[in-house]
Write a protein that binds this ligand. Sequence first.
Ligand code: ATP
Ligand code: MG
Ligand code: MG
Length: 315
Amino acid sequence: TTRIVTVTMNPAIDLACTVPGFAAGAVNRVAEYQSDAAGKGVNIAGLLRRFGLPVAVTGFLGTENARIFEKRFSDLGVADEFVRVPGETRIGIKVLDPESRSTTDINFPGLAPDAGHMDRLAETVERLSGEAEIVVIAGSLPVGVAPDAVGRLVQVVKAQGAKAVVDTSGPALACAVDAAPWLVKPNDDELAELVGRPMESLDDLVAEARRMNAAGIATVAVSLGARGAVFVEDGRALLSRPPEVEAVSTVGAGDAMIGGLVAGMALGLPLEERVRKATALAAATVMRAGPALHDLNTAKVLESRIEITNLQVGG
Ligand code: ATP
Ligand code: MG
Ligand code: MG
């Protein structure tokens, strides 16, 4: 049986090209390139498979260039439940110039699913939620999909008795929070946007996370980049700090943190251990180029170096 489902409404094909001496308005030659089937829910599914957990993936996928995703899903051993939409899944080109150490991003427009596709996705999520323990909804929304789409899916998941985990931003996050999912993980900027003002201190941030916890979100994680993350659950608040690591690429740090928290939930671990695992996995991901970990060893070694402190109410 499927224990975990990830939903990616706006996946992407990442095409990373190395172009030494890249110049606009000139002929540029690609020295090396790599294309990957990506998207937050897809990355999270990959990490969950490293823990041997049964996973199904869904969301929207363009019919014209679905092959690279289908190959990744079969390599990962995840059930492909993506709703197919006519057209192409968006491509993101990253031009890396090792000489100037610059990165140029060229982002294609994505798919435009219609109301019928959205209904099919909601039906798929409903069916999968009936058998699943946890459903992770991650990433941005494609053009034309209303911000309340994530909130609608959270309600579908909850009605089936599964736990909804949400990682998104802006109006979609605001709608999702209103539907009270099991877990949210905004970063500090996303929390400030949600609350409508910048956070003034760690106390201020913890107070906002506690408010969301009291409003029915069981676990509120607020990630703070290299400074670690705050976790509020059952009225408790923990600050988790990673050791200083050499940051090669922060791409996928948030996905690793969600993957670690969700794996910890599926394995029935207590809060401290979930927090330790998630913080270690995120730090290990930052130490590598690209969003994925090769194995769990680096993260395992980092676990003992994560500093976790209890934050007192109001202090
Ligand atoms: P994403 O861009 O993947 O969505 P995010 O902005 O949502 O990321 P961050 O807060 O940047 O999330 O990172 C998530 C977690 O990754 C942090 O809480 C932290 O534990 C870990 N992390 C990020 N940067 C570093 C770093 N330089 N060193 C160690 N750990 C890091
Ligand atoms: Mg960040
Ligand atoms: Mg994020």
